[in-house]
Structure formats: structure tokens, C-alpha cells
Design a protein. Structure first.
Length: 100
């Protein structure tokens, strides 16, 4: 298991807490917590050793494509493909945006 932390400039926080996905064979869990800071702190825990550069590139690209919300994003990865990772992260942001 490896653990990485990344920080990106961010816009306003989303409305609430959210969770998407499940840690399991080939999947990923994403947990979002809004915070009133101007950054998104991302913590990735993964079963895939040596994947720091892949995750760094993934989040650099995501940051270039969309405005990130302020807060904390915890990723618990069990070998998810980049497509599944993107899906879960978009799902958790959408759920948090509409949280009450």
C-alpha cells in the first residue's frame, strides 16, 4: 500500500459531504469533504505500488479540465483503471454539489 498527498488551488467548496464507489476488486472509493480554504487536498491510498506519477498526471489533467472544489478528497484505490477513477471522482463531486 502506498499513500500520496496532492494539493491544488480550488474554487468554493461544494454543498456537502459525499461518497462514491466501493473499495473492491478493480474499483475505487472517493470521499469528499467541503472546507472553506482555497485548495483541494487530495489523499490517495492505493494498492498499486509505484503509481505516484500516474496519479500526479491524472490530477494535473483533471485540474486543467475543470475547476476543482475546495475541500478534501480521499481516494481509496484497489487497482481502478483511469476511467473508473475519473467516473468515481466526478460522481462524488456531483453528489456533494447536490447534498443538503
Amino acid at each position: 500500500m502506498e499513500r500520496f498527498e496532492f494539493t491544488y488551488p480550488a474554487a468554493k467548496p461544494l454543498a456537502g459531504h459525499a461518497e462514491a464507489g466501493v473499495v473492491g476488486s478493480g474499483d475505487l472509493e472517493a470521499l469528499y469533504e467541503p472546507k472553506t480554504i482555497n485548495e483541494l487536498k487530495i489523499i490517495v491510498t492505493t494498492s498499486v505500488d509505484g503509481s505516484h506519477t500516474l496519479w500526479q498526471n491524472f490530477f494535473d489533467r483533471l485540474n486543467a479540465l475543470r475547476e476543482l472544489p475546495a475541500g478534501r478528497l480521499d481516494i481509496n484505490d484497489f487497482g481502478a483503471t483511469p476511467g473508473v477513477a475519473r467516473l468515481r471522482i466526478e460522481q462524488v463531486f456531483e453528489e456533494a454539489e447536490h447534498a443538503n
